[in-house]
Design a protein around this ligand. Structure first.
Ligand code: ATR
Length: 282
């Protein structure tokens, strides 16, 4: 733990960056663990990425989170990538190693798995098929986690079918059986499904609701929406009304942050109710 001498510095880079909830998360843990460290949001224009990252590293930063629009572009500035970063095709966490080289990881699959362990400990992902809605970066992370958890069959559906096919092709060498389902017949894939994950932005504040009737779903199917604003999305409301177990989106966001905090500040933090309240506050 670093509570003496020079402060350890970390932060989040993006453009724009004011919306980021990461400073609240890491600020909470820095206080909680009484660590002599800082975590700040730094706005970096896309054209200045290389020079600004070099500046942060030269000034002694321990590492940083990366958000839009830099998650892919940062990769060419890094010396080593984790397997997850490679599979997901994006980096959200960078660690400056003792020799000054930069290690890039994507902590979203870790966040997904850790959150489910906490929020639904009774749910065995490997006990049945999963249906993933969406084929963007978040879907890649969820797929990585589902495959690592031993889900036997994974159904992927996306408004833009070709994008789901590309996603499935990238993961086809793994142990799971992947099936791409046309978006307009997505409800059929609910039959026998054990886990449903929404990774689309539908249901988010200001967006249309997700049209996903749940009447064909088995009564023990877990419904996980990674949208967290609002916390109770229309999908989760519908699942609750049907008596299905649900997991809200905030936990994945909080749990994915733990990995970076541990790498930079030397303590693996926990997610607790006070943190949830702080991060969800307007
Ligand atoms: P992220 O990196 O957060 O996953 P993204 O790459 O922009 O973000 O992906 C957003 C996902 O939400 C995509 O699967 C997108 O579908 P398309 O690939 O067809 O764009 C999905 N999405 C967004 N708006 C949608 C809508 N109105 N109807 C259906 N799907 C939608």
């Amino acid at each position: 733990m670093h509570n003496t001498q020079t402060p350890r510095c970390a932060g989040v880079i993006g453009w724009p960056i004011a919306h980021s909830r990461s400073p609240r998360i890491h600020g909470y843990w820095l206080e909680q663990h009484n660590i002599n460290g800082t975590y700040e949001a730094v706005a970096i224009e896309p054209n200045h990425l290389e020079a600004e990252v070099a500046r942060l590293v030269a000034s002694g930063w321990a590492g940083f989170n990366v958000t839009v629009p830099h998650k892919e572009n940062i990769m060419k500035l890094l010396h080593t990538l984790s397997d997850d970063a490679r599979m997901i095709g994006a980096v959200n966490t960078v660690v400056v190693q003792p020799d000054g080289t930069l290690y890039g990881h994507n902590t979203d699959a870790f966040g997904f798995t850790e959150n489910l362990r906490e929020a639904a400990p009774q749910h065995d992902l490997s006990a049945g098929p999963a249906l993933v809605l969406g084929a963007g970066g978040a879907a890649r992370a969820v797929l990585t986690a589902l495959i690592a958890a031993g889900v036997p069959d994974i159904y992927i559906t996306n408004r833009t079918h070709a994008r789901a096919q590309l996603l499935a092709a990238d993961f086809v060498d793994g142990p799971a059986r992947l099936h791409v389902v046309p978006w307009d017949v997505r409800t059929k894939a609910l039959k026998g499904c054990h886990t449903l994950v929404n990774t689309t932005s539908l249901g988010m504040k200001g967006q249309d609701a997700l049209d996903m009737p749940l009447d064909k779903a088995p009564s023990d199917m877990l419904v996980h929406d990674i949208v967290y604003a609002p916390l109770m999305t229309p999908l989760l409301e519908a699942a609750t009304a049907r008596g299905l177990p649900t997991v809200t989106g905030i936990g994945m966001l909080l749990h994915q942050a733990r990995w970076g905090f541990s790498a930079w500040f030397g303590v693996m933090p926990e997610v607790d109710d006070a943190l949830r309240v702080r991060v969800l506050a307007p």
